[in-house]
Ligand binder design. Structure first.
Ligand SMILES: NC(=O)c1ccc[n+]([C@@H]2O[C@H](COP(=O)([O-])OP(=O)(O)OC[C@H]3O[C@@H](n4cnc5c(N)ncnc54)[C@H](OP(=O)(O)O)[C@@H]3O)[C@@H](O)[C@H]2O)c1
Length: 503
């Protein structure tokens, strides 16, 4: 997210992609590189190394990547541009379980770099399952591929999510990576931060004079962050059953949204200052004891149901899911932030799979008008004042307020003022990843997570993970696929005299 400067081409470099045969590469990484190529934002001299664990020809790899570009690109594919990009791709074999293969990879990579004249700048992308992150980084460190001299070419490492499965494992991974690379070389990716509306939260708050004065406990009643998905677990049963909704979504995506909404204004728009403020507010989330964690959380698992025309099988009847699984596919939490701005303002977070509607939004609920001046409408009959930041399916911002219904008497009705990105800006649709890949290539890490931010996130969810593990299946609510989720989620707010925002 370059700060106001015209977009420039990144330095020449070699992009080394582990997990090149995987879903993420095909669906998001290669289509994003294509979008960057189409926008003329790839380096002048560039090569892509696809690291494969078993021998594969360049042709086979290129063909399969081309399929991904055609299928998942967010704009019409220009064959000439796509072919130019694919000509940059070379398959190289390496497997961290066979260390010698990394020595051979180094030799081949250095030859390729010399032939392509990329100047030795290297970007390694770990698009692999998380258990391969540390072993691959260790091998890259051992053979010296990520070593960076002060004035020498840059060496960077992008690490996918999930970053750890709890606080201890996230710390261990941070320690391991930081024993091999410096913090400024590590780019912990969370693709939510590539989304325009998410970045726009910073602009909405800090480029407008009118929101910040009311952005606090005196004016805000509570905040809702909802990430509802229609899709069930599908073929990801074995990964999901070890993970669950809380680990999969909350410490990363939902906390990215929470930290942008709740952080203090940074003094400067640079990576160090912005990331420090984000980590600070995550560290201020109150850590509940086990009883409080259970009282302030709801978890659910979907049963069989219907979404549109499709019958969705129950989660525990899904391929690779244990039939007696107690893994949650829905999580709702009530959190409080211990600082002057937010004391007493609950943050309600929820995320779930196989729900009736797909929706990602942050809804900021303002306090009610304090006094009933209009005879026809008591204070509690007024529509609620929300500022809603919509991320999916529609990117935009909506303000809900009360208005007079036309006519000779004062009647009041709730109305909406809507801003939709696509009405104002003629931007090409993107995957979100291109911003992040481009930023990494130009060494802008403002949209990537720092070690302390990741650990603060895990610290805040740890009590819920522990309490749920302790409780086993007790308290896990079933909800039918295609519904709004477990009824306990509505109850979590109802007992505070509140409710989730309705569409
Ligand atoms: N897919 C998404 O939409 C998505 C979204 C956000 C984050 N992510 C994250 O991205 C990463 C990849 O996800 P994916 O969906 O692409 O998974 P995937 O489809 O299962 O692909 C995994 C890739 O990693 C390779 N791989 C597996 N084990 C490896 C090992 N021990 N060493 C080196 N390479 C190994 C596989 O290569 P082989 O062909 O050799 O098995 C394959 O290329 C995961 O960390 C995931 O959490 C994915």
């Amino acid at each position: 997210m370059a700060n106001g400067h015209a977009q420039r081409k990144p330095d020449s470099c070699c992009f080394v992609l582990f997990g090149v045969t995987g879903d993420l590469t095909h669906r998001l990484v290669m289509p994003s590189l294509y979008n960057l190529a189409a926008a003329n934002l790839l380096p002048e001299r560039f090569c892509v190394v696809g690291v494969v664990r078993r021998g594969m020809s360049n042709e086979t790899l290129r063909e399969s990547l081309m399929e991904g570009v055609r299928k998942f690109a967010t704009r019409a594919v220009d064959d000439a541009i796509a072919n130019r990009l694919l000509e940059c791709v070379t398959a190289i074999e390496a497997d961290a379980s066979e260390p010698g293969s990394f020595d051979r990879m180094k030799e081949r990579l250095e030859k390729l770099e010399a032939a392509r004249d990329t100047g030795g700048n290297r970007l390694f992308y770990l698009a692999t399952p998380p258990n391969a992150f540390a072993p691959i980084a260790r091998q890259l460190g051992r053979v010296g591929l990520v070593h960076q001299d002060e004035n020498g070419p840059w060496r960077k490492l992008i690490v996918e999510k999930p970053f750890g499965t709890d606080l201890a494992s996230a710390k261990a991974l941070n320690d391991e990576l930081l024993s091999i690379l410096n913090e400024h070389q590590i780019y912990r990716i969370d693709h939510y931060l590539g989304k325009e509306t998410v970045q726009n939260i910073l602009v909405l708050r800090f480029a407008n004079g009118m929101f910040e004065p009311i952005w606090n406990r005196h004016h805000i009643d509570h905040v809702q962050i909802a990430v509802d998905e229609k899709l069930g677990v599908g073929h990801r049963g074995s990964f999901y059953d070890q993970t669950g909704a809380l680990r999969d979504m909350v410490p990363n995506h939902l906390f990215q949204l929470l930290s942008l909404i709740a952080m203090e204004p940074p003094a400067k728009f640079d990576a160090h200052t912005v990331r420090s403020e984000k980590a600070e507010v995550l560290a201020a989330i109150q850590v509940p004891n086990e009883d409080e964690a259970l009282r302030n959380s709801v978890r659910g698992q979907y049963g069989q149901g219907r979404i549109g025309d499709e019958i969705v099988p129950a989660y525990d009847a899904t391929e690779d899911v244990r039939p007696d699984s107690t893994t949650e596919t829905y999580a709702a939490l009530k959190l409080t932030i211990d600082n002057w701005r937010w004391a007493g303002v609950p943050f309600y977070l929820r995320t779930g799979k196989a729900l009736g509607l797909k929706r990602t939004e942050v809804a900021i609920k303002f306090r009610q008008a304090p006094f009933a001046m209009f005879e026809c409408t008591p204070v509690d009959g007024l529509a609620e004042n929300y500022l809603v930041i919509g991320i999916e399916p529609t990117e935009g911002i909506t303000l809900q307020f009360n208005s007079k219904v036309p006519g000779p008497t004062i009647n009041i009705s709730g109305v909406e003022m809507k801003f939709r990105y696509k009405d104002y800006f003629n931007a090409e649709p993107s995957t979100g990843y291109e911003t992040l890949l481009y930023d990494c290539m130009i060494s802008d890490n403002i949209l990537f997570q720092r070690a302390d931010g990741v650990e603060a996130g895990w610290r805040a969810v740890e009590p819920f993970l522990k309490a749920w593990k302790q409780a086993g299946g007790k308290g896990l609510e079933k909800y039918p696929a295609g519904s709004e989720g477990p009824s306990g989620a509505a109850e979590l707010l109802r007992r505070d005299g509140r409710s989730w925002r309705k569409l």
